[in-house]
Design a protein around this ligand. Structure first.
Ligand code: 1PR
Length: 571
């Protein structure tokens, strides 16, 4: 059968891509056999995870050679993220595994001394082949696209790659890298169009409708005649590839979070606690208040997407009780959400080894895989990360390869592993009162005038405190391979008094992976404050959005007015 095919090697979320293609009115068939590749009229190769595992899968499934033949025939091809990287000669991520070698150049690790790595979030893609060519591919210089990667191809203006392949560049911090390539009918993006809102949907549309191929034959003829097709454009647009602060358009992210659980009637609802207590104060006949019901998960997620949320997080907050793999209600929530929401989705709660009622053990990797296949881009690990960190220190500061963090990061890439931290302040009079913990001075003293505190990690939704502080946790998780920290605060949660800036700053300073500040947002100004004072990459809120107390756009406008780069709400 001819048509559009998807080359899936089993890593990560392809559901969103399939949904976006279907939304655009096109059918898509999964490649099941190497011979399918050459049958395709159009081929999309999305990639996530590590370069080495992507290449190994291509070889073990027998896809590498037909893929090279397909590319050599100059048939319409779209590579996404690692799907683009595999076309290069190799990657420093897995130096001993060669790439397909279709495009000259190597994929290299970002420098993390001056910025958080992975490059995770929204950034622009600036055309270097002229605006018209980028527009043919559905790209616009001023719009933002969602990137998530630690490795990229540095842009070298005088290279053959620049002259014959590079369509757009992007600046992250002080580095300019290749964010899309196009030659003939081959078009690839380092960013994820299927996660880039309506701006990304336009890019997919251009590929599916063939406008991305406009002028393809003429381009190839020029190259075959040894003429640089973009040399003129390159010199005219030189400033777009010389690093300059104004060209770094990486934005801060605003994340909407939905705490989800079953209420006493058994319906799955979005709830929201104050300091993690999600029940109403007034009691029912049973002696306890009802679980607060602030809406339905799928509908609310869609509303936040339309209002401009840069990411959406679902936390299954009672998953610690019992969550057999066969009965994960959040799978359905994800499946339905990914039909209409085209920004990154994170799912948390219950990412751990689980045992079904029949006694069958499902490792955390399998649980996470189920979520990825159903539309999640990242999983967030809470309690299990605390246990993994405790083990890390018990082993003398190393992992043994078995934790959920390690197994999931290895298979899906560290960018897919978020650690959700549920810390609680423990006030003390002197640092000597907590000699084994990292102690800081909070903004306001404790209830008995204590000037110091340490932040205790908790498990099971804050119900149990452990002898581990937040700094110990985040350092261990980073070492084990986590890609991002979602930093809650049990003290600030639902209080609307602003983020715990001392905590956020302390964690931001301790690690190099991105940090999402969470808990306490009560006004648009709190977003400005946390971004300006701590430098975190993202800020999350729940209650104020659910109750429509502060519109998302107001938070974005306040940041923009304060000179903080933030993604425009796209339509
Ligand atoms: O331990 O891996 O099963 O994960 C459980 C997950 O559920 C953890 O991510 C944990 O943070 C979350 N969780 C458990 N119990 C609660 C609760 O509220 N009773 N929610 C809970 C945590 C905090 C944030 C909240 C922010 C922003 N809620 O999710 O959205 O504090 O709120 P605000 O803007 O209204 O202040 P595991």
């Amino acid at each position: 059968m001819t048509g559009t095919y998807l080359l899936d090697y089993g890593a990560g979320n392809v559901r969103s891509l399939v949904n976006a293609v279907k939304k655009l009115g096109h059918d898509i068939t999964f490649v099941k056999d190497p011979s399918d590749i050459l049958k395709a009229d159009k081929l999309i190769f999305p990639g996530v995870g590590a370069f080495g595992s992507a290449m190994t899968s291509l070889h073990t499934k027998g896809y590498a050679e037909p893929l090279k033949a397909y590319l050599a025939q100059n048939k319409p091809f779209m590579g996404i993220c690692v799907g683009m990287q595999t076309l290069f000669e190799g990657s420093d991520e897995t130096p001993d595994v060669p790439g397909l070698g279709v495009i000259p150049g190597r994929v290299q690790l970002f420098d993390s001394t001056t910025k958080a790595v992975p490059h995770m979030g929204w950034n622009t893609a600036r055309s270097i082949q002229g605006l018209e060519r980028a527009q043919d591919c559905g790209l616009e210089d001023q719009r933002s696209y969602y990137f998530v990667h630690s490795f990229a191809v540095p842009f070298a203006p005088t290279s053959t790659t620049a002259k014959e392949w590079v369509l757009t560049t992007t600046q992250y911090g002080d580095q300019v890298f290749v964010s899309s390539v196009r030659r003939g009918n081959i078009f690839c993006t380092q960013f994820h169009p299927e996660k880039s809102g309506f701006a990304g949907v336009n890019v997919l549309k251009a590929f599916l409708e063939g406008t991305a191929s406009r002028g393809a034959e003429a381009d190839l003829a020029l190259i075959q005649n040894q003429q640089s097709m973009v040399a003129g454009a390159l010199s005219a647009l030189a400033p777009t590839y010389v690093p300059s602060p104004s060209l770094d358009q990486f934005t801060k992210r605003i994340v909407a979070c939905l705490d989800v659980r079953a209420n006493d009637q058994g319906d799955l609802v979005v709830t929201k606690g104050d300091q993690y207590d999600v029940r109403e104060a007034s009691t029912t006949e049973s002696g306890k208040g009802d679980v607060r019901n602030l809406g339905k998960p799928v509908e609310l997620a869609r509303r936040y997407f339309e209002e401009g949320a840069d990411e959406i997080t679902f936390l299954n907050i009672t998953s610690f009780r019992n969550c057999p793999l066969l009965d994960m209600p959040m799978l359905e929530v994800l499946r339905r959400t990914s039909e209409t929401v085209f920004v990154p989705l994170t799912i948390g709660g219950g990412i751990k080894d689980v045992v079904d009622p029949d006694g069958k053990l499902h490792p955390a990797l399998e649980v996470a895989g189920e979520y990825f296949r159903n539309g999640a881009d990242k999983v967030s690990i809470g309690s299990d990360a605390v246990y993994a960190a405790e083990k890390f220190y018990a082993l003398g500061g190393r992992g043994d390869g078995t934790s959920a963090i390690e197994t999931i990061a290895h298979a899906y890439g560290s960018q897919a592993v978020v650690i959700s931290v549920d810390p609680k302040r423990v006030y003390i009079h002197s640092p000597a009162d907590a000699p084994t913990h990292h102690v800081i001075q909070p903004a306001t003293p404790g209830p008995n005038g204590e000037k110091y505190c340490w932040y205790q990690c908790t498990v099971s939704g804050g119900r149990e405190g452990r002898d581990l502080d937040v700094r110990q946790l985040v350092l261990a998780c980073q070492a084990l391979g986590a890609g991002e920290i979602l930093l809650n605060s049990m003290d600030q949660d639902g209080m609307k008094q602003g983020y715990d800036l001392a905590l956020v700053q302390d964690v931001r300073d301790a690690i190099r992976i991105p940090v999402i500040a969470s808990s306490g947002a009560g006004a648009a100004g709190h977003f400005v404050e946390v971004f300006e004072k701590t430098g975190v990459e993202a800020a999350l809120a729940a209650g104020i959005f659910h109750r429509r107390e502060v519109p998302l756009e107001e938070c974005k406008s306040a940041c923009r007015e304060a000179g903080i780069r933030i993604r425009a709400v796209d339509a």
